[in-house]
Design a protein around this ligand. Structure first.
Ligand SMILES: [Zn+2]
Length: 229
């Protein structure tokens, strides 16, 4: 049987929703009517599930501006049917022209992949992140013996590298490839959010054609490696 306190917490959430909806309607009586007539978001955002990494709040997006897809560690799996369906829908039906991979520092998923988390195992989901860490020789030193500060820094570095890798993965998505072949303008960018400051940084890995993928992603990863040297 569920703890009555949990039902109270749920009731509190719903009460906050009613208060908010009433306030918005009082300020703009047409707001929800207009919102319900359709959506035309400017960006498709792939973000981490982390409760602190909410793109709408951090980028001050209004409802209807960001088409947000969330999973652990903001991964863009080319074989991920759910994510690929969301990408396809946003590109082909909503005519979104900019995809953003939205990573964040101190990501629990990245920490897990790096073996820097006390509990849990990375599992299959994070295998690609582990491969990325291997590629960058991030398992070479003994993470278990490193200082907490050094581990945090390594986690943040992998968080950023992972964003670039996911931008690359997004570029290989069937819906993106099809849009580029049709000659439609479509850009993919990577951002990272610093939990300690609230600031979102551009990782300068924006690509808008297949030709740019290798060079832009290589330069962006190189810049991260230099910054964390
Ligand atoms: Zn995360």
């Amino acid at each position: 049987m569920i703890d009555p306190l949990e039902l109270d917490r749920l009731s509190t959430l719903l009460a906050k929703n009613r208060t908010w909806a009433n306030q918005v309607t009082a300020q703009n009586p047409e707001y929800f009517q207009k919102l319900s007539s359709g959506q035309s978001p400017g960006f498709t955002v792939v973000s981490c599930c982390d409760s602190r990494a909410d793109p709408n709040t951090l980028l001050q997006g209004n409802l209807g501006e960001l088409f947000v897809y969330k999973n652990v560690a903001n991964l863009v799996g080319v074989d991920d049917l759910s994510l690929q369906t969301a990408l396809q829908f946003s590109i082909e039906s909503l005519k979104v022209r900019h995809i953003v991979v939205f990573g964040h520092h101190n990501c629990g998923g990245i920490r897990l992949a790096l073996g820097a988390q006390l509990q849990g195992s990375p599992g299959d989901w994070l295998e690609g992140v582990r491969e990325l860490a291997y590629d960058h020789q991030m398992f070479d030193d003994q993470t278990a013996c490193a200082s907490a500060g050094a581990i945090d820094r390594k986690v943040d570095k992998l968080c950023e590298l992972n964003v670039i890798q996911q931008v690359r993965n997004a570029s290989q998505s069937p819906a993106v490839q099809a849009a580029w072949i049709r000659g439609e303008p479509l850009a993919i960018s990577g951002l990272v959010y610093c939990l300690r400051t609230g600031v979102v940084e551009n990782l300068n890995c924006t690509i808008s054609s297949q030709d740019e993928v290798d060079s832009v992603c290589f330069e962006a990863m190189k810049a991260i490696c230099v910054r964390y040297r």
